[in-house]
Structure formats: C-alpha cells, structure tokens
Design a protein around this ligand. Sequence first.
Ligand code: C5P
Length: 311
Amino acid sequence: MITPAGSQVVHARAPGKINVFLKVGAVMDDGYHDLATAFQAVSLSEDVRAYPADDFSVQFTGSIDTSGLAVDGSNLAIKAARLLARKTGFRGGVHLEIEKHVPIAGGMGGGSADAAATLLACDALWGTAASKDELLELGAQLGADVPFAFTGGTAIGTGRGDQLSPALAKGKFQWVLAIADFGMSTPAVYKELDRHRTRHAQDIFPAQRQPTVDANVLQALRAGDAVMLAESLYNDLQAPALHLAPGLGKVLQLGEENGALAGILSGSGPTVAFLVADADSALELQVALSAARLRVVRATGPVRGARLIHD
Ligand code: C5P
C-alpha cells in the first residue's frame, strides 16, 4: 500500500439510492432499456479516500462483507480512476481505500457510488479540475446510475436512467432495508423481464414504449407524504427478480405484515426497501425482520450527492 504517513489524501462520499418508481420500456439500440425512474438518494454511503500512487489499486473496508469484491482492473472504481486519467492526460495513478456501507450487488447503486466518489476524489487529488458536467459525462460512461450518485437528492431519470432532471421533494422519508445474503446480477434481471415479455408475446404497450413517472409519485415526493408515496411505489424489475429469487416474496410479505406502509424491491434487487411512517414503525419492523434472521439496516432520504469531505 502506497500510503506513507503524512501523505496527501482526498476523501469523497457518495450515497446509495432507492428507485421509488421504475418503469422499463423497450430495449434500445445500445442494448439498454428505456427507463422512467424516480431516484431517492439515501443515508447509506460509500467513503472513498484517494492517495497519490504511481499505479492504480483499491482496497475495501466497511460495515459489510467486502471479501468477494474484485480489486483488479474490472472494479468500477479502478475503471473510474483510469477513465479520468485517460480523459485528462494525467500520467500518475491512485491508491483507493473504499469504506463500503451500501449492500453489494443489492440494487442500491453501491458500485455506482464508488465510481462517482472516485471521480470526485481523483479530480481533486490530481488537480485535473474537471467541470461537474464533465464528471457527469464520464460517470454516464461507467454506468447508468453513476450520474445520480453525483447529483443525489431526488431526481427523475430517463433514457438509460442517466438523463436526470431534479424533482421537488419535501421532508425526509424513512426506510427499513432487508439485505439479502446473496447478490443479483442486474443484466440477468433485465433479461428475465425480456424473456417474460417475449414468452407472453407481450408487445410493449404504448405506455411502456415511452415510459413516464406517474404523477402521484411526483406529488407524494413534493408533499413529503409517505402514505401517498407508499401507494405509488412501483418497480417493473420486481416480478422478474422474484421469479429468479422467489424467497424475496416472503420478505415483502413479512414487512407488510409488520408495520411497513409498503415494500419494494430496490432497483434490480435483492435488497427490499420498506417505507415506514415513523420511528416507532421502523423499530417494530426492524425487530420482526431481525427475528426472521434477515440483516436489517435503516436509512433516510433524500440526502445530498457526491461531495468532498474535509476531515
Ligand atoms: O449501466 P450499468 O452497468 O449499471 O447497467 C448494468 C446492466 O443493466 C446493463 O448491462 C444492462 O444489461 C442493464 N440495464 C438495462 N437498461 C438500463 C440500465 C441497465 O438494460 N436502462
């Protein structure tokens, strides 16, 4: 590890997310699906510390088991650092220490948060002075959810999910997250959705051809109304994910029987996010899920996007 005592370090933080609404349209020419989604950044975040180095390396710590993560060039944070170096002509490297709190392969955008925080940290460490738009553009090349990890808050995503417009939001929403002891592959869940649509000869309905976010979701976010938001939670990836991992159905049921206003699969899963009305219901739900031997974490949203932390 190339971190001599007293060496310069830059610290950046980026949040995980929950898609409170996700409608999947047709497959586009690039193989991605046309989306209409509403993102909410939540208070589980990734902390990236970037140290000067001659080459590129990464090491993980945090509140979750990070032992299975790739630390070679296939890691998204390493890809992010290399991409920024290539685009700016920077000739050195970086050593990254990433403290992870967002579930891995959980549908909450943890890898995307790593990438966003890495771009921000490396830009500051290297003095490459990229603009916010340039970083967003590089982020979009790394993954569809990376731009949102930059902007944070509450936003509507279209196209691949990377074309963002801010959404008005009031107050804080409280979430209880049931974290699975396995990960799910996002491409596999999208493929299962496609298979289902083909199998049932289900032409893409006009509404799906150009998906849009329901007005009720926008109104609930604007009003800070958890009951209304709970009624409007929607995710087209939930059915295909439940087909691949049927046990998640029981988790959803358990949550809804124990104080949640509603539950939804987060992104492509397998994390299940339960919206609760207040701290008492959150606690009741946390106890019930823990008793069923599920790993449970609480979070609030929205929170701000990627930023530098001055320790
Ligand atoms: O961009 P990202 O790496 O997060 O996407 C992972 C995978 O999810 C893609 O390779 C694609 O299979 C699927 N995806 C999609 N349509 C989107 C976003 C993701 O089909 N809008």
